[in-house]
Design a protein around this ligand. Structure first.
Ligand code: ADP
Ligand code: NA
Length: 330
């Protein structure tokens, strides 16, 4: 029996992924490769909805691809590709633009959030219509499930509405995808501000562990993590966010339970906790960084892998687009 299709996208917006991306998303995507026929797309068309420096965008796209492969996305099992290498994304987006109401698009709350700084008048129309491009990204691959975080729920609803509308106007064409809500098992917090989510936009770079950080840098960041003064190694997110974050990171990265890890540290201090966490993070991330460096040092190999991903994606995307064009009377 063939596996169901699954589509997931990632921004080429940072030169390094961080520990939160790795534990919160990437490890789940690696696992999903076993149960799904997965399409993983690096969304460069989405990236240009806000200004980009071309050389930086190109570099970030390559670095993103290298890190996903290094972290376990297997280009043999899954299609890992760059969105602009598959023209059907932009082509289907245009068609969907033409069946989306202006009011309907205006109700997408993320546009309001993302355009806040410059205001709507200073935002691109691309930023306004990006949920429609996202619908195209999904519908081309006929997935039964789309892994989404809570923040993407509204966009998946739009995708389902547009697919249903197209099917009823023009005939059955698209699978209606279900939300596959990602488990929030591993939420990772900032090392310097442990009540805030670890994020690439961290105020203090020491709060953020990057996949591409050198082992000595990772160890230093973990050893200077904010803790508290009671000296007790105990998991309690509210009373002890810093210590709990360190314990949570250790547990997520090693698979050892929180109870067994804290028991093993009985009678020891925060120094021992930090050393254990630093060692675990370094030994998990070091092979990833090395493999990513190796791929970045061999651009021909990286290009070959991305081209094979685009070929797999084009095969199904072109088929869907051709059905769409046919039904439209093109
Ligand atoms: P950032 O918050 O750094 O901008 P993104 O929004 O690009 O990260 O997140 C990409 C993926 O990584 C999302 O699926 C998100 O759920 C996951 N992720 C990001 N930060 C964390 C975190 N601190 N803990 C767990 N998962 C995270
Ligand atoms: Na974010």
């Amino acid at each position: 029996m063939s596996k169901p299709n699954l589509l997931s996208g990632m921004q080429p917006s940072a030169s390094s992924l961080h520990l939160g991306n790795y534990l919160g998303a990437l490890t789940q995507w690696v696992k999903m490769q076993e149960d799904f026929n997965a399409y993983y797309v690096i969304v460069d068309l989405h990236a240009i909805t806000v200004p980009q420096e071309p050389a930086q965008l190109r570099e970030n796209t390559r670095r993103t691809a290298a890190q996903y492969i290094a972290a376990g996305i297997d280009p043999e099992k899954s299609a890992l590709f760059v969105q602009s290498h598959v023209p059907a994304h932009a082509q289907l987006a245009w068609v969907l633009n033409c069946i989306t109401g202006f009011g309907e698009a205006s109700r997408m709350t993320q546009f309001k959030d993302k355009s806040q700084k410059g205001g709507a008048d200073n935002s691109s129309v691309g930023l306004f219509t990006y949920p429609i491009l996202q619908a195209a990204d999904i519908l081309l691959y006929q997935p039964k499930a789309v892994p989404v975080g809570e923040d993407q729920r509204q966009h998946l609803e739009l995708t389902r509405d547009l697919a249903t509308r197209f099917n009823s106007r023009f005939g059955q064409t698209f699978e209606i995808p279900e939300a596959h809500i990602l488990r929030e098992t591993a939420k990772i917090y900032d090392l310097q501000e442990p009540t805030a989510k670890m994020s690439k936009s961290a105020a203090d770079p020491k709060g953020l562990v990057n996949l591409m950080d050198e082992p000595s840098v990772i160890a230093k960041k973990i050893k200077s993590a904010v803790t508290d003064t009671d000296g007790e190694i105990r998991f309690d997110r509210d009373a002890k966010p810093g210590v709990s974050n360190l314990i949570g990171i250790y547990s997520a990265i090693t698979g050892e339970s929180i109870d067994s890890f804290t028991a093993s540290l009985q009678g020891q201090g925060y120094g021992a906790l930090k050393t254990a966490v630093a060692d675990a993070v370094v030994s998990a991330l070091d092979p990833i960084r090395n493999r990513a460096q190796e791929l970045l040092g061999d651009p021909a190999e990286l290009d070959r892998l991305l081209a094979s991903g685009a070929a797999k994606a084009n095969e199904i995307a072109e088929r869907t687009l051709s059905d769409v064009y046919d039904r439209l009377g093109f």
